[in-house]
Write a protein that binds this ligand. Structure first.
Ligand SMILES: CC(C)(COP(=O)(O)OP(=O)(O)OC[C@H]1O[C@@H](n2cnc3c(N)ncnc32)[C@H](O)[C@@H]1OP(=O)(O)O)[C@@H](O)C(=O)NCCC(=O)NCCS
Length: 172
């Protein structure tokens, strides 16, 4: 059964497993649409990230929604306010990832729908960067009305090559 809900402190271990799984996946899938982490994820790094995330949620600057399958978190969607100027505070930047074995089963759709509903009244514009080659993600975002407004060329430097990113926005 799929449950979509706000993140909670007890999710830390599962979120660490998710992060680890993307780190491992990137070793065999150079097309993975997530920027690589600086090194192998560590629990202390994860704790630091989670405490900063919790602070941003408490301040009303971040919405973090998780998807749970079989009592485990298998993906997360986060929207964070552009800071620090109040003149850009109406914009939120979105990130989304699902563990490989749970993709193409509607989890991303459910997670994005719930997250965007939560964004209403908190953000006016949701924006994101997506690898131009990431057709699955681009189709998902388009389904929800995101429009591509431009391309950031050579946005990601991976190995000897570069990957462009599309910038997409949704006005709520
Ligand atoms: C992008 C991602 C979040 C989609 O999540 P998902 O759970 O697989 O998505 P869903 O099963 O809900 O599918 C949603 C839509 O995405 C598109 N899609 C999903 N997988 C696809 C694929 N392999 N090829 C083409 N389109 C695909 C379809 O339009 C689908 O809608 P439809 O079934 O109504 O046609 C997931 O593939 C993922 O986590 N990828 C790795 C991380 C990543 O790329 N994150 C995005 C960073 S910007």
């Amino acid at each position: 059964m799929l449950i979509v809900r706000e993140v909670q402190p007890t999710d830390l271990e599962d979120l660490f497993e998710c992060y680890n799984s993307y780190y491992e996946e990137l070793k065999e899938n150079a097309a993975l649409g997530l920027p690589a982490s600086a090194g192998k994820p560590t629990m202390s790094g994860e704790l630091e990230w989670f405490s900063s995330l919790s602070k941003k949620i408490a301040e009303g600057n971040t919405i973090a929604i998780v998807a749970e399958v079989g009592s485990h978190v298998v993906g997360m969607c986060e929207v964070s306010r552009a800071l620090p100027s109040p003149e850009v505070a109406h914009r939120g930047n979105l990130g989304l990832a699902i563990r490989k074995e749970h993709r193409e089963k509607g989890v991303g759709t459910a997670l994005l729908k719930f997250t965007l509903d939560k964004c209403k009244g908190k953000f006016e514009i949701v924006e994101l960067s997506v690898f131009s080659s990431n057709d699955a993600a681009k189709r998902l975002y388009s389904k929800f009305g995101f429009k591509a407004i431009g391309v950031r060329p050579r946005s990601i430097k991976r190995g000897d090559g570069y990957i462009d990113e599309d910038i997409m926005i949704l006005t709520l």
